[in-house]
Write a protein that binds this ligand. Structure first.
Ligand code: HEM
Length: 363
């Protein structure tokens, strides 16, 4: 039933509550530090954006929890992840606003914050967990600090996000179901393996027959080629792949990796466009979080130098270490190692080519 008086702007947005949420500690102590308001507002804006990111991630994960994900759902997931990446760009940019505060201005109120720290941003941890960062992957300090000073409900939601399937795991299951990897008379990995071995043999001939190279000079690119061949063999051989998973160097199963590779290689086929966009967006999301981590670490360096953080970490050095370590979709980045050029790509069987295209019946 619509409200006959209509909705009031401030009421709808609950501005009375929202605008009453900024209480700088320095003012409470009777020595207001001008820049603390900026510090509070910037953090609150971040938390609001984190809330929106979680809203989008939850919906994408909901779509991928099903046993089969139709084209429409992938389209929806793509548009929601695009929204996440646009928000992330703002998250990176927004640090510039905070950097208008000088390190000296920060010192005016920094001690009042101890032991509060970004470590306690449970929404940030929730995003990390939902994407697929696992507790075993975190530094020890990060693990202990995560649960500190959170409400029982927040701790529970963090535990649930760690126990439940992450976006990475849901995507893995979806990739494992990639159709077309194997149909009567065609196995993707066989035709791919032939193409790769042919390509590597051609590279070897090019090096071996190059008249400008001496024996010693030839040894260097040949050794490089052997290394490339070994990494291709690992993606072709399920056992070698499983060994990498056991060592923690890969997270996606062999089947899922082949599915992702197929989508990348044959992305020009209409039906694979959206899955390809989706996989690319997962890397974008991961990369933009890494960009935020790096940017935040740089800001922290200029703000507090090499001092320790209010949460007890080594500060800038700790934050830098998370840039690489906390990436989630590294398997998808690594896929580029195994791409082969369009000209070397084996043709698909004719029947399959038709199934991968869009066909509109003519009247
Ligand atoms: C003057 C500005 C800032 C300084 C000096 C600063 C400093 C730090 C430090 C030193 C840490 C490491 C943990 C610790 O020992 O406390 C940290 C972690 C963190 N900060 Fe900031 N920070 C600032 C602004 C921000 C802003 C605006 C956000 C936005 C939400 C933020 C979010 C976080 C998060 C999420 C972590 C945990 C990162 C992780 O463990 O991977 N920080 N911060």
């Amino acid at each position: 039933m619509p409200n006959p008086a209509g909705v009031d702007y401030g009421e709808y947005l609950r501005l009375d509550q929202l605008l009453a949420c900024q209480s700088p500690k320095s003012a409470e102590r009777g020595q207001p530090a001008h820049d603390e308001m900026l510090f509070v507002v910037v953090h609150q804006v971040y938390e609001l954006w984190f809330k929106q990111v979680l809203h989008e991630l939850d919906s994408v994960m909901g779509l991928f929890r099903r046993d089969s994900v139709d084209e429409r759902s992938i389209g929806v997931a793509v548009s929601r992840l695009m929204r996440v990446t646009e928000i992330q760009k703002i998250l990176v940019d927004q640090l510039r606003v905070l950097e208008t505060m000088t390190p000296l201005d920060f010192l005016e109120f920094r001690d009042l914050l101890i032991p509060a720290s970004g470590f306690q941003s449970w929404q940030f941890r929730l995003i990390e967990n939902k994407l697929g960062l696992r507790s075993g992957h975190r530094a020890a300090l990060e693990r202990t600090a995560v649960g500190a000073r959170l409400s029982p409900e927040q701790v529970l939601s963090l535990r649930e996000s760690e126990a439940g399937p992450s976006l990475l795991e849901l995507v893995e299951k979806w990739l494992e179901r990639t159709p077309f990897l194997e149909v009567p008379g065609y196995q993707f990995w066989k035709s791919y393996a032939e193409a790769v071995r042919g390509m590597l043999a051609a590279d070897r001939r090019t090096i071996e027959t190059n008249p400008t190279l001496s024996e010693a000079e030839r040894a260097v690119p040949l050794a490089e080629l052997d290394r490339t061949a070994a990494s291709f063999e690992a993606v072709l051989d399920a056992k070698a792949h499983d060994a990498l998973v056991a060592e923690g160097r890969r997270r996606l199963s062999h089947r899922a990796t082949l599915g992702a590779l197929f989508i990348h290689l044959y992305r020009d086929q209409p039906i694979l466009h959206l899955p390809f966009r989706f996989l690319t967006l997962l890397v974008d999301v991961d990369e933009l979080f890494a960009a935020w981590r790096y940017r935040h670490a740089l800001m922290v360096h200029r703000m507090i130098g090499t001092r320790i953080g209010t949460g007890g970490s080594s500060g800038h050095r700790y934050l830098l270490s998370t840039v690489e370590r906390n990436k989630v979709f590294t398997d998808l980045y690594d896929l580029s190692t195994f791409l082969i050029s369009r000209s070397a790509l084996p043709a698909l069987p004719p029947g399959m080519e038709r199934r991968l295209g869009f066909h509109f019946p003519r009247d």
